[in-house]
Write a protein that binds this ligand. Structure first.
Ligand code: ZN
Length: 205
Protein backbone atom coordinates (compact mmCIF):
# COMPACT_ATOMS: atom_id res chain seq x y z
CA UNK A 1 0.00 0.00 0.00
CA UNK A 2 1.50 3.33 -1.11
CA UNK A 3 0.76 6.36 1.05
CA UNK A 4 0.98 10.01 0.10
CA UNK A 5 1.63 10.90 3.73
CA UNK A 6 3.91 9.36 6.34
CA UNK A 7 1.49 10.52 9.05
CA UNK A 8 -1.34 8.66 7.38
CA UNK A 9 0.84 5.59 6.89
CA UNK A 10 1.80 5.48 10.55
CA UNK A 11 -1.80 5.82 11.71
CA UNK A 12 -2.88 3.01 9.37
CA UNK A 13 -0.01 0.78 10.50
CA UNK A 14 -0.85 1.31 14.18
CA UNK A 15 -4.53 0.68 13.59
CA UNK A 16 -3.87 -2.50 11.62
CA UNK A 17 -2.10 -4.00 14.67
CA UNK A 18 -5.53 -4.49 16.24
CA UNK A 19 -7.05 -7.98 16.00
CA UNK A 20 -9.32 -8.44 13.02
CA UNK A 21 -8.28 -5.14 11.42
CA UNK A 22 -6.44 -5.51 8.14
CA UNK A 23 -4.69 -2.69 6.27
CA UNK A 24 -7.77 -1.87 4.17
CA UNK A 25 -10.08 -1.60 7.17
CA UNK A 26 -7.43 0.43 8.99
CA UNK A 27 -7.26 2.85 6.09
CA UNK A 28 -11.05 3.16 6.00
CA UNK A 29 -11.14 3.94 9.74
CA UNK A 30 -8.32 6.45 9.53
CA UNK A 31 -9.94 8.25 6.60
CA UNK A 32 -13.18 8.31 8.57
CA UNK A 33 -11.34 9.96 11.45
CA UNK A 34 -9.94 12.59 9.12
CA UNK A 35 -13.47 13.44 8.02
CA UNK A 36 -15.01 13.63 11.47
CA UNK A 37 -14.53 16.67 13.75
CA UNK A 38 -11.01 16.83 15.17
CA UNK A 39 -12.32 16.71 18.78
CA UNK A 40 -13.81 13.28 18.24
CA UNK A 41 -10.53 11.69 17.18
CA UNK A 42 -8.66 13.48 19.96
CA UNK A 43 -11.29 12.26 22.43
CA UNK A 44 -10.69 8.68 21.30
CA UNK A 45 -6.92 9.07 21.55
CA UNK A 46 -7.23 10.55 25.04
CA UNK A 47 -9.57 7.82 26.22
CA UNK A 48 -7.12 5.15 25.05
CA UNK A 49 -4.16 6.95 26.58
CA UNK A 50 -5.89 7.46 29.93
CA UNK A 51 -7.05 3.85 29.97
CA UNK A 52 -3.51 2.57 29.45
CA UNK A 53 -2.01 4.93 32.03
CA UNK A 54 -4.61 4.73 34.74
CA UNK A 55 -6.44 1.42 34.58
CA UNK A 56 -5.69 -0.88 37.50
CA UNK A 57 -6.28 -4.49 38.31
CA UNK A 58 -8.16 -5.12 41.53
CA UNK A 59 -5.67 -6.28 44.15
CA UNK A 60 -8.04 -8.98 45.31
CA UNK A 61 -9.87 -10.41 42.28
CA UNK A 62 -7.68 -9.04 39.42
CA UNK A 63 -10.69 -7.61 37.64
CA UNK A 64 -10.04 -4.39 35.71
CA UNK A 65 -10.85 -1.45 37.96
CA UNK A 66 -10.29 2.29 38.39
CA UNK A 67 -9.41 1.86 42.06
CA UNK A 68 -7.22 -0.54 44.05
CA UNK A 69 -10.15 -2.65 45.26
CA UNK A 70 -12.85 -3.04 42.61
CA UNK A 71 -16.51 -2.11 43.12
CA UNK A 72 -17.56 -5.74 43.41
CA UNK A 73 -14.94 -6.67 46.02
CA UNK A 74 -15.65 -3.55 48.07
CA UNK A 75 -19.43 -3.96 48.01
CA UNK A 76 -20.57 -5.00 51.53
CA UNK A 77 -23.69 -6.66 50.10
CA UNK A 78 -21.69 -9.27 48.20
CA UNK A 79 -21.01 -12.65 49.77
CA UNK A 80 -17.24 -12.85 50.02
CA UNK A 81 -17.31 -16.52 50.97
CA UNK A 82 -18.45 -17.58 47.50
CA UNK A 83 -15.91 -16.99 44.75
CA UNK A 84 -16.53 -17.58 41.06
CA UNK A 85 -13.39 -18.40 39.06
CA UNK A 86 -13.43 -16.93 35.56
CA UNK A 87 -11.02 -16.51 32.71
CA UNK A 88 -11.25 -12.81 32.06
CA UNK A 89 -13.20 -9.62 32.57
CA UNK A 90 -15.65 -10.44 29.79
CA UNK A 91 -16.89 -13.36 31.88
CA UNK A 92 -17.35 -11.09 34.90
CA UNK A 93 -19.43 -8.77 32.72
CA UNK A 94 -21.48 -11.66 31.32
CA UNK A 95 -22.23 -13.10 34.77
CA UNK A 96 -22.95 -9.68 36.29
CA UNK A 97 -25.50 -9.11 33.53
CA UNK A 98 -27.46 -12.14 34.74
CA UNK A 99 -27.91 -10.57 38.24
CA UNK A 100 -27.94 -14.18 39.50
CA UNK A 101 -24.66 -14.12 41.38
CA UNK A 102 -23.96 -12.18 44.55
CA UNK A 103 -20.55 -13.57 45.46
CA UNK A 104 -17.13 -12.36 44.39
CA UNK A 105 -14.97 -13.25 41.40
CA UNK A 106 -11.43 -14.33 40.81
CA UNK A 107 -10.12 -13.45 37.36
CA UNK A 108 -7.39 -15.84 36.22
CA UNK A 109 -6.34 -13.83 33.18
CA UNK A 110 -6.48 -16.85 30.86
CA UNK A 111 -6.45 -20.64 30.87
CA UNK A 112 -3.64 -23.14 31.18
CA UNK A 113 -2.64 -23.90 27.60
CA UNK A 114 0.65 -25.72 27.04
CA UNK A 115 0.17 -25.32 23.27
CA UNK A 116 0.31 -21.54 23.69
CA UNK A 117 3.05 -21.72 26.32
CA UNK A 118 0.68 -20.63 29.12
CA UNK A 119 1.38 -22.42 32.37
CA UNK A 120 -0.19 -22.06 35.85
CA UNK A 121 2.40 -19.45 36.82
CA UNK A 122 1.32 -17.14 34.01
CA UNK A 123 -2.13 -16.91 35.58
CA UNK A 124 -3.53 -15.46 38.82
CA UNK A 125 -3.71 -18.86 40.52
CA UNK A 126 -1.34 -18.43 43.48
CA UNK A 127 -3.36 -15.53 44.88
CA UNK A 128 -6.49 -17.69 44.67
CA UNK A 129 -4.83 -20.59 46.50
CA UNK A 130 -3.62 -18.11 49.16
CA UNK A 131 -7.14 -16.74 49.56
CA UNK A 132 -8.53 -20.25 50.02
CA UNK A 133 -5.72 -21.28 52.39
CA UNK A 134 -6.53 -18.32 54.66
CA UNK A 135 -10.04 -19.69 55.13
CA UNK A 136 -11.64 -16.69 53.44
CA UNK A 137 -13.54 -18.81 50.91
CA UNK A 138 -16.22 -21.40 51.60
CA UNK A 139 -17.22 -22.21 48.04
CA UNK A 140 -15.36 -21.95 44.76
CA UNK A 141 -17.40 -22.03 41.55
CA UNK A 142 -15.55 -22.89 38.37
CA UNK A 143 -16.98 -20.93 35.47
CA UNK A 144 -14.37 -21.39 32.76
CA UNK A 145 -15.36 -22.28 29.23
CA UNK A 146 -15.84 -25.99 28.75
CA UNK A 147 -12.83 -26.56 26.53
CA UNK A 148 -9.84 -28.81 27.11
CA UNK A 149 -7.88 -25.81 28.43
CA UNK A 150 -10.76 -24.81 30.69
CA UNK A 151 -11.04 -28.34 32.08
CA UNK A 152 -7.27 -28.57 32.62
CA UNK A 153 -7.29 -25.27 34.50
CA UNK A 154 -10.26 -26.27 36.67
CA UNK A 155 -8.60 -29.56 37.53
CA UNK A 156 -5.26 -27.94 38.33
CA UNK A 157 -6.90 -25.47 40.73
CA UNK A 158 -9.08 -28.20 42.21
CA UNK A 159 -5.98 -30.27 43.00
CA UNK A 160 -4.28 -27.26 44.60
CA UNK A 161 -7.17 -26.45 46.93
CA UNK A 162 -8.63 -29.93 47.43
CA UNK A 163 -7.17 -30.34 50.93
CA UNK A 164 -8.64 -27.15 52.32
CA UNK A 165 -12.05 -28.79 52.56
CA UNK A 166 -14.13 -26.12 50.82
CA UNK A 167 -17.08 -26.71 48.51
CA UNK A 168 -16.15 -26.73 44.83
CA UNK A 169 -18.78 -26.53 42.15
CA UNK A 170 -18.97 -25.96 38.45
CA UNK A 171 -21.61 -24.09 36.50
CA UNK A 172 -24.27 -26.39 35.08
CA UNK A 173 -23.72 -27.05 31.43
CA UNK A 174 -26.84 -25.69 29.90
CA UNK A 175 -23.90 -24.04 28.23
CA UNK A 176 -22.73 -26.59 25.71
CA UNK A 177 -19.21 -27.89 25.50
CA UNK A 178 -16.80 -25.40 23.99
CA UNK A 179 -19.13 -22.42 24.35
CA UNK A 180 -17.59 -19.27 25.68
CA UNK A 181 -19.49 -17.74 28.60
CA UNK A 182 -19.57 -14.42 26.84
CA UNK A 183 -21.86 -15.78 24.16
CA UNK A 184 -24.30 -17.55 26.45
CA UNK A 185 -27.59 -15.74 26.82
CA UNK A 186 -28.26 -14.17 30.20
CA UNK A 187 -31.05 -16.55 31.25
CA UNK A 188 -29.05 -19.68 30.39
CA UNK A 189 -25.95 -18.36 32.09
CA UNK A 190 -27.92 -17.16 35.12
CA UNK A 191 -29.56 -20.59 35.49
CA UNK A 192 -26.28 -22.40 35.04
CA UNK A 193 -24.88 -20.54 38.05
CA UNK A 194 -27.92 -21.03 40.23
CA UNK A 195 -28.06 -24.74 39.27
CA UNK A 196 -24.36 -25.36 39.69
CA UNK A 197 -23.22 -28.88 40.41
CA UNK A 198 -20.49 -30.29 42.67
CA UNK A 199 -17.19 -30.20 40.84
CA UNK A 200 -16.34 -33.83 41.66
CA UNK A 201 -19.44 -35.06 39.84
CA UNK A 202 -18.35 -33.24 36.70
CA UNK A 203 -15.04 -35.07 36.40
CA UNK A 204 -13.69 -38.56 36.61
CA UNK A 205 -10.92 -38.53 39.19
ZN1 ZN B 1 -12.07 -7.08 42.92
Amino acid sequence: MEFSSKLLERAVNEMSQLPGIGKRTALRLVLHMLRQPKEQTIGLAEALQNMRHEVKFCKSCHNISDVALCEICSNPNRNEEVVCVVEDIRDVMAIENTSSFKGLYHVLGGKISPMDGIGPHDLNIESLVTKVSKGEVKELIFALSSTMEGDTTNFYIFKRIQDFGIITSTIARGISVGDELEYADEITLGRSIVNRIPFESSIKI
